[in-house]
Write a protein that binds this ligand. Structure first.
Ligand code: ADP
Length: 255
């Protein structure tokens, strides 16, 4: 079996007195599609933010492709070693957020080209060529010169996906990417994710409340509760035959 692309070992995350992740361990195989489900506040978003190095951790180890994501204890937190290390690790992982976070004063094309030009020194023409391919992939090539304010929520989210892909990450993190959308716009975003899954071998982790999508899309479901993974398994196992009472209660409430 392939070595895990992500190895999370016994991590703890605290905000003051609040323990948000409590000795959490998990592994992700290359190309795997994982759905993280569970009650609000159980730590699902936090784990994605930690992988994206948007947060520090209070203890434990994380390896991405065998490299430690956090080390060198400082002020009791484990922090990325240095800027170059951080930069290299960040290029492996892309993230799409619930609220798009597009640059509002940049057109769609610039939103997608900015990071490759600034962080990787890609020339403008090459960055634009790649951006147009990605915008075509998400069905928005004709909106390249539009400003974000001129787009629907679903279109903004598809631009955000193209923007994250522009750095060619091996791992993509999707944090409730359809939660802020009107119901009729959800499907166009899910379709882009289905296409990505079908056409690439990217590793994908998603936090979602779309249980139908999680069932059809994911290879494996992780059920979070109170900072721990309470249960994991194949979608059919988790949705049809959950073993843990907490999983059963959660699923009964929302399905
Ligand atoms: P989920 O994604 O499962 O809804 P989160 O990972 O967003 O859960 O949050 C887990 C817990 O951490 C929640 O209780 C939340 O209030 C808390 N939390 C998240 N970010 C912060 C922060 N910056 N400061 C303090 N508490 C936070």
């Amino acid at each position: 079996m392939a070595a895990p692309i992500i190895r999370i070992d016994n991590i703890t995350k605290r905000y003051g007195p609040l323990t948000v992740l409590d000795g959490l361990s998990m592994e992700v195989l290359p190309g795997e599609k994982l759905a993280l489900i569970g009650p609000s506040g159980s730590g699902k978003t936090t784990i994605l933010r930690i992988l994206m190095t948007l947060e520090t951790i209070s203890g434990g180890h994380i390896e991405v492709e065998g490299d430690q994501l956090y080390h060198m204890p400082k002020n009791g937190s484990l922090v990325p070693a240095d800027d170059r290390h951080l930069q290299r690790m960040r290029e492996k992982i892309g993230m799409v957020f619930q609220h798009f976070n597009l640059f509002p004063h940049k057109c769609v094309l610039d939103n997608v080209t900015l990071a490759p030009m600034l962080t990787k020194g890609v020339a403008k023409a090459a960055a634009e060529k790649r951006a147009m391919e990605l915008l075509d992939m998400v069905g928005l090539a004709d909106k390249a010169k539009n400003m974000p304010a001129q787009l629907s929520g679903g279109q903004k989210q598809r631009v955000a996906i193209a923007r994250a892909l522009a750095l060619s990450p091996k791992i993509m993190l999707f944090d409730e990417v359809t939660s802020a959308l009107d119901p009729e716009l959800v499907e166009e975003v899910l379709n882009v994710m289905r296409k990505l899954a079908a056409e690439t071998d990217m590793t994908m982790l998603l936090v979602t409340h779309e249980m139908g999508f999680a069932h059809d899309f994911a290879d494996r479901i992780l059920f979070f509760d109170r900072g721990k993974i309470v249960e994991e398994g194949k979608p059919d196992e988790i949705f049809r035959n959950p073993r843990q009472e907490r999983t059963q209660t959660f699923l009964r409430k929302i399905i």
